[in-house]
Design a protein. Structure first.
Length: 310
């Protein structure tokens, strides 16, 4: 099973029904059954709850022989109270960061001057991403704010056409042109859209209930999910430029082997600590389930000195 993806097995789902459609379906339900409830991690934190329900949706499944069929697959739509809180905090932080970038953007837009209305309209098309970005780069959309532009006729002072001191009665030289006005509106965060995730599995409901599916997925958070975070970390591999597909595949294989070795180290250390009822110093005190990174960090001070043989 996996989050927002096909289940394990020989058949491979190629075109899933959209996860957003399933999340929207879950948000429309009056009440979903309570699957898992855990106490808060601190005394002030409320209980963490996971509500969800399975649905069957048709998908295109591609087999190893190349045959593609339309089959029904089971999706577990889950709402997590803890994940909803994280999504809200992430949205608020990202919106505040984007607001700072928008302040600089608005200042640059206001500083531009256009001799004709057509040039100002072209600039609006560029800002609204109706044209390709500069130097082949994709235009940067604003995700957390609605930005609207309008053409404003304006006057600005310019240099005098003739030299010499102007008379006191002469009006200051002005130039007619156009500027852009900008209106910025912060987009509200939809509380109903926060905290949703979709798990796909090939296991039928008669064999494994919704609660068992969710618990099995949560158990992966101490094994599988940290491994994927490690393998996606750019610090795990030094920057390298590869062009040939064979070398890219070889690098991916070496990365997976490194993840396998790291997982074996973590597994063996945890089994040994459990067997001998011992703990190791971790990031937040003693722990019986250290990660491979914590174990390797404990050996950072160990040095191997080789003395010459007599």
């Amino acid at each position: 099973m996996s989050g927002k993806g096909p289940g394990l097995g020989d058949p491979r789902a190629t075109h899933l029904c959209g996860a957003q459609d399933l999340e929207a379906w879950g948000a429309q339900q009056p009440a979903l059954p309570l699957l898992v409830e855990k106490p808060g991690r601190t005394q002030d934190e409320a209980c963490r709850q996971w509500h969800g329900q399975s649905v069957i949706r048709p998908v295109e499944v591609e087999y190893s022989a190349g045959r593609v069929t339309q089959e029904a697959r089971r999706f577990l739509v889950v709402h997590s109270s803890q994940l909803a809180q994280q999504h809200t905090q992430t949205y608020t932080s990202a919106q505040a960061k984007e607001a700072k970038a928008l302040t600089d953007h608005v200042q640059r837009v206001h500083a531009r001057w256009f001799a004709c209305e057509a040039d100002a309209a072209a600039a609006i098309a560029e800002y609204e991403h109706h044209e390709p970005g500069r130097r082949g780069r994709r235009p940067h959309p604003w995700r957390y704010h609605a930005v609207r532009y309008r053409v404003v006729a304006d006057l600005r002072r310019t240099r005098r056409a003739r030299r010499g001191r102007p008379a006191k009665t002469d009006p200051p030289p002005l130039e007619a042109g156009y500027r852009l006005g900008v209106e910025v509106e912060a987009l509200a965060n939809s509380e109903e859209a926060n905290g949703w995730m979709v798990l796909a599995t090939t296991v039928p409901a008669e064999v494994c209930s919704d609660t068992d599916i969710l618990r099995a997925y949560q158990d992966q958070n101490t094994t599988v999910e940290p491994g994927f975070r490690w393998i996606k970390n750019p610090a795990a591999i030094a920057p390298v430029w590869l062009e040939k597909p064979e070398r890219i595949a070889a690098l991916a294989m070496l990365t997976v082997v490194g993840l396998l070795v790291s997982s074996i180290i973590q597994r063996q250390v945890r089994l040994s600590l459990h067997t001998h009822d011992q703990q190791l110093p971790g990031h937040k005190g003693l722990t019986a389930t250290p990660t491979a990174a914590v174990v390797l960090a404990l050996f950072a001070q160990v040095a191997l000195i080789q003395l010459g043989h007599r």
